[in-house]
Design a protein around this ligand. Structure first.
Ligand code: FE
Ligand code: ZN
Length: 525
């Protein structure tokens, strides 16, 4: 090495992490001269957000790209060593019982594909923000999200060799009715401006709600013997803490830059709290019904992670003029019924889903009574017991009609009135001569604020009725045409394998054969 190079590398070594970060996020930025900056960054002004000093934006981790690749590379090596060991030891047979695998199907098709969408969204947001440090933070998170999607697919692929319903998650994500819920959530965020995107995902989701997603899935995996999922969860967790910190910084930065930003941010917090909460309906059902060994109830999780932690956070933000998100009181009222209503919907429509449903075992019903003393025995146990009786008589109930969907969250209209859990909550609006339906005041407000956006929603039920969910060449007028069978083909499902009642499923049959113990200790049809 010559002396000049030695001197340069010695100087480079002396740079502190802070100085390196400054150079990366300040020194390397420049203003365009051939074209005006507003033309190079056309999307960061139309939302009305005013930024006076981008230099005030600072990543609290001050992470540089070289450090980023080093940390992430180390984590990848550890993760893949554990996944290898898991596969060689046939770790998939160590889970609590075969019903547990259905949470992985939900995770893979609903959440891993949403991680990929999040990767896409952060790449877009990064391109469209003119502050250098904000662009770099978005770039790192975009790569993180891609890594999450990949590690999750790689981990769960071992289960795909043994269980049904996981063979084509990306294809399903774009087509299957209930997957339109997470898909539309991210597409809504991605088609907003970059500031709304980052407020929606980094703050409302990552900071306020993500504990309610990761805690139950990862603790649920640990409780149910799924060491592979626990491992990718840990590997993602250190990224998660970075994302959460970014989320809080973003919102504080926007609020501090201009008082005119406050009402815009508040409107986004209201909207994205409600959309995120509705998306978590799937998690509520997973926690209370799908984990053979439960971690905590949805209501307990909501109290701990939203009412307590979220409440303290919004108290902190009060000094900027920010209040609790609108309709948080409705979420509080719904917490003792959300999971039961959701499981009811999926029990009805499991013949069109890529995972199985079942009536809980007697001891699981007792757990539900204990966790939901005011609602479960009165409102939900009788219905579940009736379904069990029907099933024993050979009449397992499948709903053969298609449900009305909410125009915004796209969930079937099975939620109930905030003050009456026995009455379905219907809201509607007329727009340009057409009628639109909503599951709640929260979803209706979101529509009314941007009707032109939501009249274009791709609603799975409408699409089926319009004939858009059949494979090319299908003739709906042909004699003996069975619309449901055709839709399942379009979804890429193997009818009788991927879908329907757990007790009748090949998953259960195989599990008993492989482990020669009973998958379900309760009654059999
Ligand atoms: Fe992620
Ligand atoms: Zn809705």
């Amino acid at each position: 090495m010559n002396t000049v190079a030695t001197a340069v590398s010695a100087r480079a070594k002396k740079l502190s992490q802070r100085r390196k970060y400054e150079l990366l996020t300040r020194g390397l930025g420049w203003d365009t001269t051939y074209q005006p900056m507003d033309k190079a960054f056309p999307f960061d002004t139309f939302e009305g957000i005013k930024i006076h000093d981008w230099d005030k934006w600072e990543d609290p981790f001050r992470l540089t790209m070289d450090a980023y690749w080093k940390y992430q590379g180390e984590k990848e090596r550890k993760l893949y060593a554990i996944i290898d060991a898991f596969q060689q030891n046939n770790g998939q047979f160590n889970v609590s019982d075969a019903r547990y695998i259905n949470t992985l199907k939900l995770f893979l098709t609903g959440i891993s594909m949403a991680e990929y969408a999040s990767h896409h969204g952060f790449a877009l947001a990064g391109r469209n923000l003119r502050g250098v440090s904000a662009r770099i933070a978005c770039q790192m998170q975009a790569i993180d999200e891609l890594r999450h999607a990949q590690t999750q697919v790689h981990t769960i692929s071992q289960y795909n060799k043994f269980f049904n319903g996981m063979h084509n998650p990306a294809y399903m994500h774009d087509r299957v009715w209930y997957l339109s819920v997470p898909k539309s959530y991210f597409e809504d965020a991605m088609t907003a401006g970059p500031f709304e995107y980052i407020t929606a995902i980094s703050f409302s989701f990552e900071y306020v709600l993500t504990n309610l997603l990761f805690m139950p899935f990862m603790s649920g995996a640990a409780f149910n013997g799924d060491m592979a999922t626990v491992t990718f969860g840990f590997s993602a967790q250190s990224d998660e803490s970075r994302h959460m910190t970014l989320g809080l910084e973003v919102v504080k930065f926007l609020l501090e830059q201009d008082p005119g930003n406050v009402p815009i941010v508040q409107k986004w917090l209201d909207k994205w709290f409600w959309r995120g909460y509705r998306l978590l309906t799937l998690v509520a059902m997973m926690m209370d019904y799908m984990l053979p060994r439960r971690v905590m109830s949805w209501a307990e999780g909501w109290e701990e992670y939203f009412e307590k932690n979220g409440g303290a956070l919004f108290n902190d933000l009060a000094r900027y003029g920010i209040r609790m998100p609108k309709y948080h009181d409705v979420a509080r009222k719904e917490k003792t019924r959300l999971s039961h209503e959701a499981w009811g919907i999926f029990y009805n429509y499991t013949h069109a889903a890529n995972f199985h449903t079942w009536v809980p075992e007697p001891k699981e019903m007792d757990w539900l009574s204990q966790k939901y003393p005011d609602t479960f025995d009165k409102l939900y146990r009788p219905r579940l017991e009736y379904w069990r009786e029907q099933q024993k008589a050979g009449k397992r109930f499948y709903n053969k009609t298609l449900p009305l969907l909410c125009q915004v969250c796209q969930i079937p209209m099975g939620f109930t009135e905030p003050d009456d859990p026995t009455k379905i909550c219907y809201r509607e609006t007329e727009y340009k001569g057409d009628k639109y339906h909503f599951c709640s005041d929260g979803c209706k407000d979101i529509f009314n604020d941007e009707p032109e956006k939501y009249v274009r929603s791709w609603l799975p039920v409408h699409q089926i009725y319009q004939g858009n969910c059949f494979r090319p060449g299908t003739d709906p007028t042909a004699p003996g045409f069975e619309p449901l069978k055709e839709v399942l083909q379009y979804y890429g499902f193997h009818d009788g394998m991927d879908n329907g009642e757990f007790l009748d499923s090949p998953d259960r049959y195989n599990w008993e054969k492989w482990t020669s113990k009973s998958a379900v200790a309760g009654d059999r049809p």
